[in-house]
Design a protein around this ligand. Structure first.
Ligand code: DON
Length: 323
């Protein structure tokens, strides 16, 4: 496969979509990004990386971090508290090792916006999945318990997996998120009232804002997500996750990774994916490669318009969806 030629063709296909939609404007630091940006990168399972356009320009990872925080919690939980044979959130069966997080968060699509409060009361403070904000707050809370410093652990994890030691938090984005963080605080307090947080609310939301503020390029994210295409193995062959854990993260990405548009996204692209309101989307082709596309203008559900078009064209062109 001539990846570079495929990416050039995908970029040409996506060009008319670049700038369609709206750049996230809920905080000034994100609003300033040009809607005309577009980049795409692919990292194959053997370590080769290709990209076109703005593929080496750092952007705010936002909710893409949720796939990595879930992976890190699973990796950190190995052998600690097994949920073996127990029943977790929503009556679903847990499993051994890192699966204990599923006692506290479900794995069903929510069908509601990522920052919605409505399901939490009826469902006793157990979020539908780890990729809506409430679920991600639970995962960050667990990471805080496991590591003592959730956001710094995330930064070190992403530096290590991407091979880029210069990754950093964007302090302006993190501060701005905190200033406009009432809804996330409400979600966290509500879950705390059901006993579904282990750490104080201010600390959990602060670590969550920092993890969302990390800046990475398409290249960094495609490389960092390589373990999801390698069935849990890192680039150097060491094991981060069990194969079944990587399978589960990919499955939840497919069904819940693109907000309440996950059905539409699966229909168009046919790959596990996780998007963020910074305009990035990572997508995984298990056994082959990890992709990351970035273009900041979003559709009404919060997914990059040009990014989704590019991934749609990539899987159509190559025939490499999971279906
Ligand atoms: O927490 C928030 O609402 C922002 N940091 C947006 C995160 C995001 O990309 C959308 N979340 N699923």
């Amino acid at each position: 496969m001539d990846y570079r030629a495929v990416l050039e063709e995908v970029a040409a296909y996506a060009r008319p979509y670049v700038g369609q939609g709206q750049v996230a404007d809920y905080i000034p630091a994100l609003e300033r990004v040009s809607p005309d940006r577009f980049g795409i990168a692919v990292a194959d399972i053997h370590g080769a990386v290709y990209g076109v356009g703005d593929w080496e320009v750092p952007f705010s990872v936002q909710s893409i971090s949720k796939a990595f925080s879930l992976a890190l919690v699973m990796a950190q939980s190995h052998g600690s508290q097994g949920g073996n044979g127990t029943y977790g959130a929503n009556g679903v069966q847990g499993g051994p090792g890192g699966d204990d997080i599923w006692q506290r968060v479900g794995r069903e699509p929510s069908g509601t916006p990522f920052n919605s409060l409505v399901q939490l009361e009826a469902e006793n403070g157990i979020p539908r999945n780890p990729f809506i904000n409430a679920g991600a707050l639970v995962v960050t809370d667990r990471l805080q318990t496991l590591t003592g410093d959730a956001s710094t652990s995330m930064l070190h994890f992403l530096r290590e997996e991407s091979g880029n030691p210069d990754l950093a938090f964007d302090q302006a984005v993190a501060d701005s998120e905190a200033e406009h963080g009432d809804r996330n605080a409400a979600l966290a307090h509500f879950m705390a009232s059901f006993g579904n947080l282990e750490n104080p609310v201010p600390s959990v939301i602060q670590h969550y804002f920092w993890q969302c503020s990390i800046e990475m390029s398409c290249r960094d994210l495609a490389v960092a997500g390589g373990f999801l295409a390698r069935h849990g193995l890192r680039a150097d062959g060491s094991r981060l996750l069990e194969a079944r854990e990587a399978k589960r993260i990919n499955a939840v990405m497919l069904t819940c990774g693109t907000y309440d548009a996950a059905g539409e996204f699966a229909y168009r692209v046919g790959l596990p994916a996780k998007s963020g309101v910074g305009g990035g989307i990572i997508a995984v082709i298990p056994g082959r490669c990890t992709l990351c596309v970035w273009s900041p203008a979003l559709d009404a559900r919060g997914n990059s318009v040009a990014g989704a078009a590019a991934l749609d064209h990539f899987t159509t062109l190559t025939g490499w969806s999971v279906f």
